[in-house]
Design a protein. Structure first.
Length: 67
């Protein structure tokens, strides 16, 4: 599954990758709040405050192949 985190105000992409809580390797990113902390809890594009409540977090399953 993939996860995207976008600013709730301007839609800037802050994270795209494997779903954070399901990562089995390299636990360098423990949770979504760590991603936001890397930006100083402030959107670099619009300056809006970032929190897990203010961002848009979307988790998508991978498409399955039917044969």
């Amino acid at each position: 599954m993939s996860e995207t985190i976008k600013c709730g105000s301007c839609g800037m992409l802050l994270y795209f990758g494997e779903e954070i809580k399901r990562r089995l390797y390299m636990r360098a990113i423990p949770d979504e709040s760590a991603v936001l902390a890397d930006y100083g809890n402030k959107c670099p594009r619009c300056g809006a405050a970032l929190s897990t409540d203010s961002v848009k977090i979307e988790i998508k399953r991978r498409a399955t192949h039917e044969s």
